[in-house]
Design a protein around this ligand. Structure first.
Ligand SMILES: C[S@@+](CC[C@H](N)C(=O)[O-])C[C@H]1O[C@@H](n2cnc3c(N)ncnc32)[C@H](O)[C@@H]1O
Length: 308
């Protein structure tokens, strides 16, 4: 029988905007536009620059992005400054037909800077059964906030462990993979995700990074792990809208689900920001992005770099 989470993504028909604004708002979605905490860069630019600064590059195979969501990272690499990855060949692999179509639309936009992406390909496939020959990828495989969406058995994300084995199979010498997600060196905890009306409902578990490091080591990969904010070079002292602030604000006003800087929010919504007692916490606060979660982006989000 098909795993429930896999079926959820394979049959996904939610529009990309609704999924990321309302169901699973990722950090990369909140920081998808140029942001002062990233020195004016978009999340995708900061992430790829951080990866490039560790000596990784696109090789001949380019970037394979697993689970690209709404396509903001692929777009940032084509239209922005992404170090060695700027305008690199890009393959987006996703199980969701709705999101793959959204990624295609975003990178194909003719009126945006640099025009439509000239080196992009979309592949509808499963991360756990990568459609690549063994040792064929000498560039980067990226999965940003994807692995918590993989299949879970008895509270453990066994899909993420299987993905590490798949990566060990497809990476060629010189190739590397970067996996980002929430979790740490502790037992997994549950996160229930759903939008109004139950749309997009599914359960995720935090990642036990000890298990991923052990699997990668056993598969002969080099392993480095660091906080995601360090890889991004993020300034944790910048105050901005959290998802919780935006959720409250959007009940009374129309605004984008974007971590707008504090001054911008207060200027645009002088009365509401006081009436609703918006917190607009520091990016490094335990209450950003979600004031109801046990901890925040700075404490819980990790990046795992695997090298062949
Ligand atoms: C939480 S979203 C992350 C999107 C984006 N990377 C971001 O940071 O906003 C998870 C993504 O992984 C995809 N996905 C989930 N399970 C998958 C699987 N088994 N194989 C390939 N893609 C999968 C989803 O369709 C979605 O694009």
């Amino acid at each position: 029988m098909e795993d429930q989470t896999r079926a959820h993504h394979r049959l996904d028909r939610l529009p990309a905007r609704r999924r990321f604004d309302e169901v699973e708002c990722t950090v990369s979605h909140l920081l998808r536009l140029p942001h002062p905490a990233l020195q004016g860069r978009r999340y995708g630019e900061a992430l790829l620059q951080g990866i490039a600064s560790r000596g990784l590059g696109p090789g001949r195979a380019g970037v394979v992005e697993i689970g690209g969501g709404a396509g903001h990272i692929a777009e940032a690499a084509w239209r922005g400054e992404a170090g060695a990855f700027t305008q690199a060949r890009w393959t987006s692999l996703d199980l969701s037909p709705a999101l793959l179509a959204a990624q295609r639309r975003r990178v194909s936009e003719p009126s945006q800077p640099r025009g439509p992406h000239q080196r992009w390909a979309g592949l509808r496939a499963d991360a756990l059964d990568l459609p690549f020959r063994s040792r064929s990828l000498d560039g980067l495989v990226l999965a940003n906030e994807v692995i918590a969406d993989l299949p879970v058995a008895a509270r453990r994300n066994t899909g993420a462990i299987r993905l590490v084995a798949e990566l060990a199979r497809v990476l060629a010498p010189g190739g590397a993979a970067v996996l980002t997600e929430f979790g740490g060196d502790f037992e997994p905890g549950p996160v229930q995700l759903l939008a109004a009306g139950g749309d997009g409902e599914h359960l995720e578990w935090s990642i036990d990074f000890r298990a991923l490091r052990a699997a990668a080591g056993a598969a002969g990969l080099g392993v480095e792990e660091l906080p995601l904010h360090a890889l991004l070079g993020a300034d944790l002292s910048v105050r901005c809208a959290s998802y919780t602030d935006l959720w409250r604000l959007r009940r009374f006003a129309s605004c984008d689900v974007f971590a707008a800087p504090e001054a911008q929010v207060r200027k645009r919504f002088p009365l509401l920001s006081r009436l609703l007692a918006l917190e607009l916490p520091e990016l490094g606060s335990r209450r950003w992005p979600d004031a109801t979660a046990p901890a925040g982006f700075a404490q819980l989000f990790r990046a795992l770099i695997l090298r062949r």
